[in-house]
Design a protein around this ligand. Structure first.
Ligand code: ATP
Ligand code: MG
Length: 348
C-alpha cells in the first residue's frame, strides 16, 4: 500500500487522531447520492436518491433529465447526509466527488457542488474515479479484502477484470469489447418487453425458470484473453425469443442469465489462477444478481478462493464508495485543484 508519512489532520475533535472524515458526492448517472465515511471504511450516512422511476418510462437514462434532477436534488441530499451523520462542514477532512466516467452533464452538477463547498469551507477537494469507487465498496464492510486480489467489475457501463497488487494500483486485465454486462441485461429485458432496469427484472423472472432450457452461446475469444463480448448473446436471445413465442419467458431469462454468469465466472477465476491470487472481489450493480452471487460463492468455496461481494446497496451507485477512495488517496498525499473538471471517459 502506498502511504506518505504525514498523518492527515482534521478540524474535528470528534475524529480520532489519524482518522479522516470525508463527504462523498456521486452524480455520474441517475442516482444523486451523498455520504459521510470515517477512515474509508465506516459509513456514517449514505443517502441515495434514485431517479429510476423518472427514467423508466423512457426505457433508459435520459441524460438531460438526469442532469436537471441532480440539480434539484443535490443540495438536499448533501444536507441530509451531513445531518444523518451528525456532522457539520467544519468537521470534515475534505470533499470527494465523482469526476468520471459518466454522463458529463450529470457529473458537473456534483463537481460544481463539491467545489463550492470546498471553497467556502477551505477544505481539500478530491475528484474520484467512479469505477475505483465501485471496487472500494468492498472496503466499506468487514473483513476488508487484503492485497493482492483480482476484481470483477460488472456494472451498467463496464465489465472489467482488474488486478490490484496494492491500494490505488489498477491493472486492467480484460474488458468488454461491446456491451457491458448490465447493459446486456437491460437491452435483453427491453427486447423481451420486461421493463427497466432489466437486471432486477430478469433476476426475479429467472428464479422461476429453467436455466438449462436453452443453450445460448458463450462467446469464445482468443486463447488466454480476459476480454468479454456479449453482443452475440444479446442477438441470440432476441432471435430465440421472437421465434419461440410459446417458450415461457422465465426459461429464456434463466438461460440467458446462466450464460452471462458462466462467462463472468470463467474469466474471473481464470484471472485468479493466472495471477496466482487467492482473493476475488466483485463490484458494480450486476454483482447484486442472485445467480451470480450463488455461483461465485459456490465456485470460490470449491477452489479455496476468498470471495468478497459488497452488500447490494453498496454494489449500485452510491457516494459512500466515493468517500472511501478519497480516504486512501488522501493518505497517499493526493489533492485536486478547484479547477477539477468532469471526464466522461476517465480511465481507471
Ligand atoms: N439483480 C440484478 N441482476 C443483474 N443486473 C442487475 C441487478 N441489479 C442491478 N443490475 C444492473 O446493474 C446496472 C446498474 O449498476 P451500476 O449502478 O453499477 O451501473 P452504472 O453506474 O449505470 O454504470 P457504470 O458504473 O459502469 O458507470 C444496471 O445495468 C442494472 O440492470
Ligand atoms: Mg456505477
Amino acid at each position: 500500500m502506498k502511504t506518505n508519512n504525514q498523518q492527515p489532520t482534521t478540524n474535528n475533535q470528534r475524529v480520532p487522531a489519524g482518522h479522516t472524515l470525508w463527504l462523498g458526492i456521486e452524480t455520474s448517472c441517475d442516482e444523486t447520492s451523498a455520504a459521510v465515511v470515517q477512515s474509508g471504511s465506516e459509513v456514517l450516512s449514505n443517502i441515495i436518491a434514485s431517479q429510476v422511476d423518472i427514467h423508466r418510462r423512457f426505457g433508459g437514462v435520459v441524460p438531460e433529465i438526469a442532469s436537471r434532477q441532480h440539480l434539484e436534488l443535490v443540495n438536499g441530499v448533501v444536507a441530509e447526509a451531513l445531518q444523518a451523520a451528525g456532522t457539520e462542514l467544519g468537521d470534515l477532512t475534505g470533499i470527494a466527488v465523482t469526476n468520471g466516467p459518466g454522463l458529463v452533464g450529470a457529473l458537473v452538477v456534483g463537481i460544481a457542488t463539491a467545489k463550492a463547498m470546498a471553497f467556502a469551507a477551505s477544505l481539500p477537494l478530491l475528484g474520484i474515479n467512479h469505477m475505483a469507487g465501485h471496487i472500494y465498496a468492498n472496503f466499506l464492510q468487514s473483513p476488508q479484502p487484503e492485497f493482492p486480489f483480482v476484481c470483477l467489475v460488472v456494472s451498467g457501463g463496464h465489465t472489467d477484470i482488474v488486478y490490484m497488487p496494492e491500494h490505488l494500483s489498477f491493472e486492467l486485465l480484460g474488458r468488454t469489447r461491446d456491451d457491458a454486462a448490465g447493459e446486456v441485461f437491460d437491452k435483453t429485458a427491453r427486447a423481451m418487453g420486461l421493463g427497466y432496469p432489466g437486471g432486477p427484472v430478469i433476476d426475479r423472472l429467472a428464479a422461476e425458470g429453467n436455466p438449462a432450457a436453452v443453450d445460448f452461446p458463450r462467446a469464445r475469444l482468443e486463447e488466454g484473453s480476459f476480454d468479454f463480448s456479449f453482443s452475440g448473446l444479446k442477438t441470440a436471445v432476441l432471435r430465440y425469443f421472437q421465434s419461440n413465442p410459446d417458450v415461457p419467458p422465465e426459461d429464456t431469462a434463466a438461460s440467458f442469465q446462466r450464460a452471462v454468469v458462466d462467462v463472468l465466472a470463467e474469466r474471473a477465476f481464470r484471472a485468479c489462477d493466472d495471477k496466482g491470487v487467492e482473493r476475488l472481489v466483485l463490484a458494480g450493480g450486476v454483482a447484486v444478481n442472485s445467480e451470480l452471487r450463488r455461483r461465485f460463492a459456490a465456485e470460490a468455496e470449491q477452489r479455496g478462493i476468498e470471495l468478497h461481494i459488497p452488500a447490494p446497496i453498496l454494489c449500485t451507485d452510491n457516494a459512500a464508495m466515493i468517500a472511501s477512495v478519497a480516504h486512501f488517496r488522501y493518505l497517499r498525499g493526493d489533492s485536486d485543484p478547484l479547477t477539477l473538471d468532469a471526464d466522461a471517459n476517465l480511465p481507471l
